[in-house]
Design a protein around this ligand. Sequence first.
Ligand code: FES
Length: 146
Amino acid sequence: MGDSFDAFVENLQEQIFDETREAFGEAGFQRWRNPLYRGPMDAPDSHARVTGECGDTMEIFLKFENDRVCDAAYLTDGCGSSTVCGSFAAEMAIGRTPDELLEITGDAILEKIGRFPEEDHHCAFLAAETLQEALNQYMVAGQKLK
Ligand code: FES
């Protein structure tokens, strides 16, 4: 009984892995299994939280050094797709200036992942929107200091 249950669970897990790899491609699958840059982050220089039309929330945290992102993190209560998108958005932000951050759109995130389920493209747009809002917060804070 124990052995057959273990085998059942193992098979189920393999099936889920295969389906996820098929949906996200290898890069997205690896990120789904190991969601790098998952937050939260202590004392970020900027932070944004945006809730998408689907009802899921994405948060992005940024730290800057010499006007470049030196660290980034994300949090989401959304699906696996939003986890993958938040993780890639944070990765893409690192090392960029504010001007360069503007280039991180939902399409750019989708291009970076490579393959992504059509019905979940909005997750990438939510991640990009949240990143742009975090940039906005950083710029507003900078204006206040002047
Ligand atoms: Fe809502 Fe992915 S389904 S962000």
